[in-house]
Design a protein around this ligand. Structure first.
Ligand code: CA
Length: 235
C-alpha cells in the first residue's frame, strides 16, 4: 500500500516540484497552498506524513501544526525559511518530528521523508505488537487514570466530575509530565490565542483540579507550583 503525503506549500513552483518528486518515488501526494486547506485536507486524508511550510496564507504552519497535533499523531516535517523559526519548530510549541531549512535539495528532502515514514511504520508495528495501541488510550498516574477516548478521569476507580476546561488542563499537564509549564504557555495552549483573560484563569482552574485530584489540596503533590514560573505535573 502506498504511503500518502500531504504537501502544504504556497509557492507554486516549489509545491509542484515537491509533488512531482514525491509521486515519482511512489507516494500518493495531495498538495495545498494555504493553512486552512491544510487542516481540511489533513482531516480528510489522514496522511502518513505532512510536509508543512511555515509562512502560509490564512493560517501559518505553526498554527496548523498546533491544531493537528491535538487531533492526530501524523508525522510533521516542517519547512523553515529562517533560523529563528527552528526553536519554535522543534520546541514544545510545535514539536515537529523533523524540519528542513530552505533552500534544500530534493535529494535531502526525499531522504528525510523516507526516514520519517520508516520511523512511523516502526512505531506503528511496535504498538500493534505490544497492544500499546489500546493502552495508550489511557494515561495512568497511580490511582489517577485519564481515559482519552471517553474523556473521563477516575480517581481510585471512581469517575471525577470535571468541567471541560479542567479536563483539558489536566490532560495538557499530564502530557507534559515533569516539565515546568509557565502560566502563559498553559493559557495559550489550553485556552488558545484568542482567549480574553489572564493567567489567573490558570491558577483558578489549577485550584479546582487540586481539590479533585490531590489527597490534600493544601499540600499538592500532583500539580506542584514552581516558584516564579508556573506549574509542574508530577503524576
Ligand atoms: Ca511559504
Amino acid at each position: 500500500m502506498s504511503e500518502s503525503i500531504l504537501v502544504v506549500e504556497d509557492e507554486p513552483s516549489l509545491q509542484e516540484t515537491l509533488a512531482y518528486n514525491l509521486k515519482k518515488d511512489g507516494y500518493v501526494v495531495e498538495a495545498v497552498g494555504d493553512g486552512r486547506s491544510a487542516l481540511e485536507a489533513a482531516r480528510r486524508l489522514k496522511p502518513d506524513l505532512i510536509i508543512l511550510d511555515i509562512m502560509l496564507p490564512e493560517l501559518d504552519g505553526f498554527e496548523v501544526a498546533r491544531t493537528l497535533r491535538k487531533e492526530m499523531t501524523t508525522a510533521i516535517l516542517m519547512l523553515t525559511a529562517r533560523d529563528d523559526e527552528i526553536d519554535r519548530v522543534v520546541g514544545l510549541e510545535v514539536g515537529a518530528d523533523d524540519y528542513l531549512t530552505k533552500p534544500f535539495s530534493m535529494r535531502e528532502l526525499l531522504a528525510r521523508v523516507k526516514a520519517q515514514l520508516r520511523r512511523t511504520r516502526l512505531i506503528r508495528e511496535e504498538m500493534e505488537k505490544s497492544g500499546e495501541a489500546t493502552k495508550h488510550e489511557t494515561l495512568t498516574f497511580g490511582n489517577l487514570v485519564i481515559n482519552l477516548m471517553r474523556r473521563e478521569v477516575t480517581l481510585d476507580g471512581a469517575p471525577l466530575q470535571l468541567k471541560p476546561k479542567e479536563y483539558e488542563l489536566l490532560l495538557f499537564l499530564a502530557e507534559h509530565k515533569s516539565q515546568m509549564l509557565s502560566r502563559e504557555f498553559i493559557l495559550e495552549r489550553v485556552w488558545g490565542w484568542d482567549f480574553i483573560g489572564d493567567s489567573r484563569t490558570v491558577d483558578v482552574h489549577v485550584r479546582w483540579l487540586r481539590q479533585k485530584i490531590e489527597a490534600d489540596a493544601a499540600n499538592p503533590t500532583r500539580i506542584v507550583t514552581v516558584r516564579g514560573g508556573g506549574y509542574r505535573f508530577e503524576g
